[in-house]
Write a protein that binds this ligand. Structure first.
Ligand SMILES: [Zn+2]
Length: 314
């Protein structure tokens, strides 16, 4: 435990560029926005966060190594922090290649027991490179990424039956603008967070829909608390799961929350100046070739993978 606390302090010191009170000074100095990019990785998640000072974090890495080219095209040459939200390959599939290529300083993962040979290989790469590994704890913990503050949610007791419910939750605060990322968390985990840390959930303008817009990733109670102004679904074209589900689309429509989808828009880019956010024009032109995109969207055969891409439950 002492080790973890020390790691947290080291992390905060290393990533910190400034205190919150100095944020607006720094913002005017850099003149740059914070950028949140929901990368088009087919059916999977990968979210790139850039602070105004150029600090970078990648939350998940999609299913394949394709994400490396995407990051290079976006001008990324190194990463400060990488996160695996949970142990399903539509979230960590490309992470081994990302780590090989970008040598992140910190690796945040859940330390839950569900595993695969591919995931163990990823952990070995993290160890071999000497990357500092950090875990969520029973209490919320803060990571400063330049002037952005990432708050890692408290981790609920392990769900041994449903790995989605072991997802890491993160709130990203850029001054008055907040982004909520909760992996593939289903109702059980979200309810636990609502009970345990409601203030981390309240009032986030930008919501990444949990579990790719599945009906078990969003509900009215969640939206009542989050009060998002925009929702983003990271989904592959024609995916086998039917994500995003009709029920989620209806719910968002009833709340008049606009939805951006990576299967329709390609990478979804949102900028923040610490007071307001704005959606940048669609980058569909940057999408992979249709044939390659279809390949990455298809569910891999059981022979090729030693686990389902994610829970078969819809
Ligand atoms: Zn997933």
């Amino acid at each position: 435990m002492k080790y973890l606390i020390r790691a947290a302090i080291v992390l905060a010191l290393s990533l910190a560029a400034t205190t919150l009170s100095a944020q607006f000074f720094q913002r005017s100095r850099t003149g740059k926005p914070a950028v949140f990019e929901f990368l088009d990785v087919g059916q999977g998640d990968s979210i790139l966060i850039r602070s105004p000072e150029g600090k970078t974090a990648l939350i998940d890495a999609g299913t394949s190594t394709h994400v490396v080219q995407t990051l290079k095209r976006l001008g990324i040459s190194s990463l400060d922090l990488v996160v695996v939200s949970h142990h399903h390959s539509d979230h960590y599939g490309g992470m081994h290649a990302v780590i090989e290529q970008f040598h992140p300083k910190y690796f945040l993962a859940s330390n839950r027991s569900h595993t695969t040979s591919l995931y163990l290989k990823l952990l070995k790469e993290v160890r071999d490179q000497g990357i500092q590994t950090i875990y969520p704890t029973e209490r919320a913990r803060k990571i400063e990424l330049g002037s952005l503050v990432l708050t890692v949610f408290p981790q609920p007791p392990e769900d041994k039956k449903e790995e989605n419910n072991n997802s890491i939750g993160i709130r990203v605060d850029d001054g008055a603008v907040s982004l909520l990322l909760t992996g593939d968390s289903e109702e059980t985990e979200r309810q636990w967070w609502i009970q345990t840390c409601p203030n981390l959930i309240r009032n986030a303008q930008i919501l990444k829909l949990a579990h790719h817009g599945s009906r078990n990733g969003t509900d009215a109670h969640w939206l009542d608390l989050v009060k998002p102004e925009v929702a983003v679904a990271s989904v592959g074209t024609g995916n086998d799961y039917g994500h995003p589900h009709r029920e989620t689309l209806s719910l968002l429509a009833s709340y008049r929350i606009p939805l951006k989808r990576t299967d329709e828009s390609g990478t979804v880019t949102i900028e923040s100046d610490g007071r307001r956010w704005q959606l940048l024009p669609s980058q569909v032109a940057d999408r992979p070739e249709p044939e390659e995109h279809r390949k990455r969207t298809r569910r891999p055969s059981r022979a090729a993978e030693d686990e389902p891409v994610e829970s078969r439950r819809r």
